[in-house]
Write a new protein. Structure first.
Length: 202
C-alpha cells in the first residue's frame, strides 16, 4: 500500500519518485466514494492528477457500476473524466453507453456526449434512446437529454429535442414506464401511462 497519498492505493508493483507514482498489476484504489480497479496507474504529485489505464472498473457508492478504458481523476479540482464508458445504475437498472463522461464530484453532476440509454439487456435491447448530449444531477437523480431519439427494435419511433425525467423511485407525478410491443397488423406499438400524485400520501 502506498503511503502519504491523497487516495488509498493497493498494487503488486508500485514505483515512486519525486514527481510521479507508477503502479502496475492488480491495482485497487479508493478515493471518497469511488472504488477503482485497473491494470496501470500514473499519479502526478505536482498537479494531483491520477490516470488509470486498461480494464478500468469503478464502483461509485452503492448504486453505480462503471466500466471504461481510461479514467482521469483531478483531485485538486475534484473532477474526473472517462472514455469510452459503460455506466449502470443498479437501483433503476438503467445503463448508459457513451464515448466520454465528465463528472464534477463537488456538484455530483455528470455530462454525457453522444450516448445511448436503456434498461433492457445491453447485448440486444428491445428499446433504447440515442441522444447527442445529456446531463445527470445525481443528488436530485434528474436526467436531461438533448436531441433524444427513441428506437424500438431498431426502428426510430419518437424524436425529443429536449426531455428531462427522474431516475429515482420517489412518489411523484410523471410518466410511467412505457409499454412497447409489435403487432403484425398494427406494426410497432407504444403505450404511455401518466401517474398523478397530488399529495405524498395518495
Amino acid at each position: 500500500m502506498a503511503k502519504e497519498l491523497p487516495f488509498r492505493l493497493l498494487s503488486s508493483n508500485i514505483v515512486a519518485s519525486d514527481e510521479f507514482v507508477i503502479a502496475k498489476g492488480g491495482i485497487e484504489a479508493y478515493y471518497k466514494d469511488l472504488y477503482i480497479k485497473a491494470k496501470y496507474l500514473k499519479y502526478n504529485k505536482k498537479n494531483q492528477v491520477i490516470e488509470f489505464f486498461g480494464g478500468v472498473e469503478i464502483i461509485k457508492g452503492l448504486s453505480e457500476y462503471i466500466k471504461t478504458k481510461y479514467l482521469k481523476l483531478d483531485i485538486s479540482k475534484d473532477i474526473y473524466s472517462l472514455k469510452p464508458v459503460f455506466l449502470k445504475n443498479k437501483t433503476t437498472n438503467i445503463w448508459f453507453a457513451t464515448k466520454e463522461i465528465q463528472v464534477d464530484q463537488k456538484k455530483d453532476y455528470y455530462v454525457f456526449d453522444k450516448a445511448t440509454l436503456s434498461s433492457c439487456a445491453p447485448e440486444d435491447p428491445e428499446w433504447k434512446i440515442y441522444y447527442s448530449s445529456g446531463e445527470y444531477y445525481n443528488k436530485s437523480q434528474w436526467l436531461v437529454l438533448y436531441n433524444a431519439r427513441l428506437h424500438l427494435f431498431g426502428i426510430p419511433i419518437f424524436y425529443f429535442p429536449y426531455i428531462g425525467f427522474p431516475l429515482d423511485t420517489t412518489r411523484r407525478s410523471g410518466l410511467l414506464k412505457p409499454k412497447l410491443g409489435y403487432s403484425y397488423k398494427e406494426g410497432a406499438l407504444y403505450e404511455q401511462s401518466i401517474f398523478i400524485a397530488p399529495y405524498k400520501n395518495w
